[in-house]
Design a protein around this ligand. Structure first.
Ligand code: ARG
Length: 569
């Protein structure tokens, strides 16, 4: 059992005994706090909430409860102000934490609390005929991590790549292709050739405005299902997806659905009709909008004056479709912060349509920008970092680092891949989402900092310790873990399940990244202060069990964020 739950159970019993008439708060485990300084205790129960109901000062409540705490796991329960602070009995605590972690079979903190519930996660959602660049890195790794975290907690996660495969730009691209492109060139040049064609279109259109009409005409053909137009467009789409899938393979990500904007093309009419029936559509300069003045937002544009639909119109149709198809309890959009207004408008329109779930169940999981070695990236300025290049470079650089640090290891290429890709993912998921990321190779690949390689290295260290101690066969003596370093580590291990839950509740994978980083740091402190295989076998056994538990939790945590764990480094 999780240490937090043990304490919660004790508090609950104490409340029942001390105040039989009182209503026991429903979520005691959630109320427990972790004191900022471990000298104050391992967990603290704040008595302020009870104070109102009991008409009694928090310090008195703490004093009263304290008299009812008597359990082998607790060495001491001490009151301080309105808090009841708990100190664990270290050996009992150690044996309990290790038993729980080791019996979880590598899935410590996993649960079925989400059983029967579905979460739709719209992430990565790339655009056709554009190369996959660093701007889509965050959505891709955050979304994939969330899908794993929700699944770990028993949810059914539906991973949706809402492709950007609709819009007038594709008409322009076909026009450009007809003028200056051919199959051969696109085949060899790949998605880059398509982007080049698009750039050329805009250059030439400046002196030849008739091109714009051609572009529009081709788009109209796509809309009307013209065979030639669709044929060309579908080739563009396949090419883009083929390239993207290479990146997804490297990152070990897949999707349940690639239904993107085009898919909703024939599903908007009923939504527009519904808006009209509900009296929500208003005319504005020939266009049709939903007014959001009450919500203090600009109106949401639904139909342009030429009858064309918009990004928002397709997202409305998509939201209703997802609700109907997947019956989600949550629907997340992992999309850059820049689209904040779009999603607020989308949710507001749905709410106006009478769908309260839009407020309760939908969330824009926003994130900040990425810059690269101190430089802002901009497609317009041609300052773009393509994801496939970034990942290739990561593996190369990791290889160089390994050559230097551990020249002797086997299968260096595989380890370099795990370390290089891991470093990129880890860096992306190290801070809260909204914080901008500045990507530096030296930082990402530093073995000594708070990095992927550092945590992976700690994992490999645990593996090697366990190998050296494989012969030890004795009953563990938990007194060997009666020291500050072991205590800190055990506490962190026991709290790991809380971190996973917190990561889910806040849709913040970095909570897991930080948890494994702290565990790795605590293990290394323990490792430097205590010789694992010294003394009696029984003492060594306890330290080895702690090592094994650490290894398993690091592995589980890194797996949740999508980082692999090499056995040797
Ligand atoms: N393709 C869009 C972009 O790259 C993101 C789409 C996000 N999903 C959505 N349902 N709007 O900016």
């Amino acid at each position: 059992m999780d240490a937090r739950e043990i304490i919660a159970g004790l508090v609950e019993d104490a409340i029942r005994q001390a105040f039989p008439q009182a209503q026991v708060p429903g979520d005691i485990a959630g109320l427990l706090e972790i004191p900022p300084d471990s000298a104050m205790g391992d967990y603290a129960f704040p008595c302020f909430r009870l104070s109102k109901a009991l008409r009694m000062g928090p310090p008195q409540i703490a004093d009263t409860l304290q008299k009812h705490i008597n359990a082998p796991q607790v060495a001491e329960a001490r009151t301080q102000g309105g808090y009841l602070n708990f100190f664990f009995n270290r050996t009992a605590f150690a044996s309990q934490v290790l038993a729980s972690v080791l019996s979880a079979d590598g899935r410590w903190g996993a649960s079925d609390e989400g059983k029967g519930k579905t979460v739709c996660i719209d992430f990565s959602s790339i655009n056709i005929a554009k190369r996959f660049h660093i701007g889509h890195l965050s959505t891709t790794v955050i979304g994939a991590a969330l899908a794993r975290i929700y699944s770990y907690l028993g949810w059914n996660a539906v991973r949706i790549n809402h492709l950007g495969d609709w819009g007038t730009q594709f008409g322009k691209m076909i026009a450009a292709y007809k003028h200056w492109g051919n199959e051969e060139m696109v085949k060899t040049g790949g998605v880059q050739a398509l982007s080049d064609l698009y750039v050329r279109f805009h250059q030439e259109a400046e002196t030849n405005p008739a091109l714009e009409d051609e572009g529009r005409a081709w788009f109209k053909k796509i809309e009307d299902g013209d065979e030639e137009a669709l044929g060309i467009f579908n080739t563009f789409k396949e090419m883009t997806l083929k390239d993207a899938k290479k990146v997804y393979d490297v990152l070990n990500i897949d999707f349940d659905s690639y239904d993107g904007e085009a898919f909703f093309n024939d599903k908007m009419e009923p939504v527009i009709q519904e808006l009209r029936d509900k009296g929500l559509l208003e005319e504005s300069d020939g266009a049709w909008v939903v007014d959001l003045e009450e919500e203090k937002m600009p109106p949401c544009l639904i139909l342009k004056s030429d009858g064309a639909t918009l990004y928002a119109t397709r997202d409305l149709a998509a939201a209703l479709y997802r609700k109907k198809t997947y019956d989600f309890s949550k629907c997340l959009y992992v999309v850059a912060y820049q689209q904040d207004l779009h999603f607020r408008q989308l949710f507001a329109v749905l709410e106006k349509m009478g769908y309260a779930w839009a407020r309760d169940e939908m969330e824009h999981v926003a994130f900040g920008m990425v810059s690269y070695e101190g430089e802002a990236l901009s497609t317009r300025k041609g300052n773009v970092i393509h994801l496939d290049d970034l990942l290739t470079k990561a593996v190369e650089k990791a290889y160089q680092v390994l050559e230097e640090k551990s020249p002797g290891i086997q299968d260096k290429q595989t380890v370099a891949r795990q370390v290089g890709i891991g470093a990129v993912i880890f860096t992306t998921l190290f801070n809260n989402r909204i914080k901008d990321i500045d990507f530096w190779w030296d930082r990402a690949l530093n073995f000594d900092g708070e990095t992927g390689p550092y945590v992976q290295y700690t994992y490999a260290r645990c593996m090697s310790v366990l190998k050296k101690g494989a012969h030890v066969d004795a009953q563990p003596d938990y007194n060997a873990l009666n020291n500050e370093e072991a205590r800190q580590l055990l506490l962190l291990l026991s709290r790991f399940p809380d971190s996973v839950k917190e990561a889910m509740n806040r849709n913040e994978p970095y909570v897991v990244t930080r948890a494994v980083t702290e565990i790795a740091k605590a293990y290394n402190k323990f490792y430097y202060e205590h010789r694992i295989l010294a003394d009696e076998d029984s003492s060594a056994k306890a330290r080895l069990m702690l090592t094994d538990a650490t290894r398993q939790v690091i592995r589980a945590g890194l797996a949740l964020i999508g980082v692999e764990t090499p056995e040797k480094m």
